[in-house]
Design a protein around this ligand. Structure first.
Ligand SMILES: [Zn+2]
Length: 41
C-alpha cells in the first residue's frame, strides 16, 4: 500500500492501495489538519 504524507506536519493524511510500499508527499500548502490549525491561530 502507499501513504500520502503532509509536507507541513509529516502526518499521514491518506492511504491508497498498491503493490509496493510507497510514500508520497502531498503537494500544496498543508493538509486539512494544517489548515484547521491555522484557522485557530
Ligand atoms: Zn498537515
Amino acid at each position: 500500500m502507499g501513504i500520502i504524507i503532509c509536507q507541513s506536519c509529516n502526518k499521514t493524511i491518506d492511504v491508497f492501495e498498491g503493490e509496493k510500499v510507497t510514500k508520497l508527499y502531498a503537494k500544496g500548502n498543508g493538509c486539512t489538519h494544517c489548515k484547521q490549525t491555522e484557522q485557530k491561530k
